[in-house]
Design a binder for this molecule. Structure first.
Ligand code: SF4
Length: 471
C-alpha cells in the first residue's frame, strides 16, 4: 500500500469521527445546491447550453496545438512574453527567472490552483520572497499554513469562530464574528501588500486563442488589483484552458458561474491582452504567460481519457459527491480534490501512488450528471480502476481474484465455499470487532450481513424435490 493510500485511509477515518465538521460541510453544500438549482431553472434550455459548452471545450482539446499556437502568437504580437513549460520544474524556473530579472522581493497572488499544482508558494517562500494570497479564502488557508480544502472554496471547512481566532492570532485584530468585519480586516491587511508588490501572479480561467487574451473570473476584485497594480504580471495557465473564440466566453462564463457558485454571472470577469500599451493609463509594464503541460499531453494522447481535459475547474462535482462530503477535501492529499481530482491525479502524478483515488467514489454518477461540460466522470473512475488493477503488482490480490473467478465458475466449488463462509461467519463471531478479526479494519465502519438460513442451492434443491415430475 502506498504512503498516500495509508494517508487517505487515516484522514478519512479521522473525518468519519468528526460528525460536527461533516454536518457543517453538508449544510454549506446543500445551500450551494439550492442556489444553483434556482439559477439553473432560469435557463431557457440548460441542457442545450451544457451541450454547447462541452462542444466548445471538445473542439479546443481536439485541436489543442493549433489553438495554443494562435493564442501564443496573438499574445506575443501585443508584447507578452510566452513561456512553454513541459513540467512543474520548468514553470517554477520560468517564474523565478522573471522575479530575478526584476529584482522582485514582494509578490501578490490571486487564486490559482495551477500554482498549487507546481508548489510555487513553498519554493518562493524558501527562497526568501514575501508571497501573499489576495483571495480571501486562499489568504485564510495561507495564514493557517494549510492547503486549500476545495479548489473553489479553499476555506469552506472553517467556521467563523475559527477564522476569528486565526485573525486575532495572526493579524492581532479585535475579536469579531461578523463576516463583513472579518472581510474588512483581511482587506485592510491586503491593501498594503498590493501597494508594496513588485510582481503580481495570477492564473487564468480561459485563454482565448482568437484574440490572445486570458480571462479571469472572481468575486472579490482582488485579481484585478493583483494584475494591474504591480509593474509585472505573470499568469500561469494549464494548456487545456485555451478556447477557440472570444464569443465562446458568452457560453463559458455563465456556465462557470452557475456550476461554481450558483451565480448567474460571477462578480468580475476580466480579460487581459498584454502589458500597458502606448496611451493606456493603467496595467502592468510587463506581462508573462507561462503555459504548463505537466503531463496534460499524456492525458491528451489517451483517446478514452482526454475528455477530462475539458474540465473548467468549477468544483461542481465536488459539491455533489457523497465521498467528498464525508471525507472532506484535505483527505485527498491532492491539488484537485473530489471526482475530477480522482480522475486526473493518477494521470498527472502517477497511477502507482494515486490509484487508490479511483476507489474514492460510490460510482453513483452525481458528478457526471452535474458537470457543465459533460465529462463522464464516473466512467473515467471505472476505467482508472481497471488500469490500476492491470498495473497492480500485488500478486496476493491477483491470486484472490483468480480464486474468486474459479469459485464463481464451478457450482460445486461455489457450494463448498458458501457453506464454509457460513460456518466461518458463525464461528468467528466472538472475535468480531477485536484485533484478532482478520477483517478488523474493514469491519470498523460496516459489517457483513448475517447469512441467510439456507443457501440458494439448498433452496433450489428443495424446490425441485417438491415439484411433481414433468412428463
Ligand atoms: S469535472 Fe466538470 S464538474 Fe468537476 S470541476 Fe471539472 S468542469 Fe466542474
Amino acid at each position: 500500500m502506498s504512503v498516500n493510500t495509508v494517508q487517505f485511509q487515516t484522514d478519512a477515518d479521522r473525518m468519519q469521527q468528526d460528525g460536527d465538521r461533516r454536518e457543517f460541510l453538508r449544510t454549506a453544500l446543500n445551500g450551494y445546491i439550492l442556489t444553483r438549482s434556482g439559477q439553473q431553472s432560469k435557463y431557457g434550455d440548460y441542457e442545450a447550453a451544457r451541450t454547447t459548452a462541452a462542444a466548445i471545450k471538445w473542439q479546443a482539446i481536439e485541436n489543442l496545438g493549433e489553438h495554443l499556437e494562435r493564442f501564443a502568437d496573438n499574445l506575443e504580437a501585443r508584447g507578452v512574453h510566452v513561456h512553454w513549460c513541459s513540467d512543474a520544474a520548468e514553470a517554477r524556473a520560468a517564474i523565478v527567472g522573471v522575479l530575478k530579472k526584476h529584482d522582485a522581493k514582494a509578490i501578490v497572488k490571486s487564486k490559482c490552483m495551477t500554482t498549487e499544482e507546481i508548489h510555487l508558494n513553498e519554493l518562493l517562500e524558501k527562497q526568501g520572497y514575501d508571497v501573499v494570497e489576495s483571495d480571501l479564502g486562499e489568504y485564510i488557508v495561507q495564514l493557517r499554513r494549510e492547503a486549500p480544502y476545495h479548489f473553489v472554496f479553499p476555506a469552506m471547512h472553517l467556521k467563523r469562530g475559527e477564522i476569528r481566532e486565526l485573525f486575532e492570532r495572526e493579524l492581532g485584530d479585535a475579536p469579531t464574528d461578523d463576516p463583513e468585519a472579518l472581510t474588512m480586516i483581511a482587506r485592510q491587511a491586503l491593501r498594503q501588500k498590493y501597494l508594496a508588490a513588485d510582481v503580481g501572479i495570477s492564473g487564468a480561467n480561459f485563454g482565448v486563442a482568437e484574440t490572445g487574451m486570458i480571462s479571469i473570473t472572481e468575486n472579490e476584485g482582488n485579481a484585478r488589483l493583483t494584475t494591474a497594480m504591480p509593474k509585472v504580471h505573470i499568469a500561469l495557465m494549464g494548456i487545456e484552458k485555451v478556447i477557440p473564440r472570444f464569443a465562446d466566453l458568452a457560453v463559458m462564463l455563465p456556465m462557470l458561474a452557475l456550476a461554481g457558485t450558483g451565480q448567474r454571472l460571477t462578480g468580475y470577469n476580466s480579460q487581459f491582452a498584454g502589458p500597458r500599451q502606448e496611451g493606456e493609463c493603467d496595467g502592468p509594464e510587463e506581462m508573462h504567460v507561462v503555459l504548463l503541460d505537466n503531463h496534460r499531453t499524456e492525458l491528451l494522447a489517451h483517446p478514452e481519457e482526454r475528455d477530462a481535459l475539458r474540465c473548467i475547474r468549477c468544483g461542481a462535482c465536488l459539491n455533489v459527491c457523497p465521498v467528498f462530503k464525508n471525507v472532506g477535501g484535505h483527505t485527498y492529499g491532492t491539488t484537485y480534490q473530489g471526482p475530477i481530482g480522482s480522475v486526473i491525479t493518477p494521470h498527472l502524478r502517477g497511477m502507482k501512488d494515486w490509484k487508490h483515488l479511483s476507489n474514492a467514489s460510490s460510482l453513483c454518477g452525481a458528478c457526471t450528471e452535474t458537470c457543465p461540460v459533460r465529462i463522464d466522470l464516473h466512467h473515467h473512475l471505472l476505467r482508472n480502476r481497471h488500469s490500476a488493477a492491470e498495473s497492480s503488482g500485488g500478486w496476493a490480490e491477483r491470486m484472490q481474484m483468480r480464486g474468486f473467478a474459479l469459485v464463481m465458475r464451478q457450482p460445486w466449488l461455489y457450494g463448498i465455499a458458501s457453506s464454509l463462509g457460513r460456518w466461518a461467519h458463525t464461528l468467528s463471531r466472538p472475535i468480531h470487532g477485536t484485533r484478532l478479526d482478520p477483517v478488523y479494519a474493514w469491519r470498523k465502519t460496516r459489517d457483513f450481513p448475517a447469512p441467510a438460513p439456507k443457501t440458494f442451492q439448498q433452496l433450489w434443491r428443495e424446490r425441485k424435490k417438491d415439484q411433481p415430475p414433468r412428463h
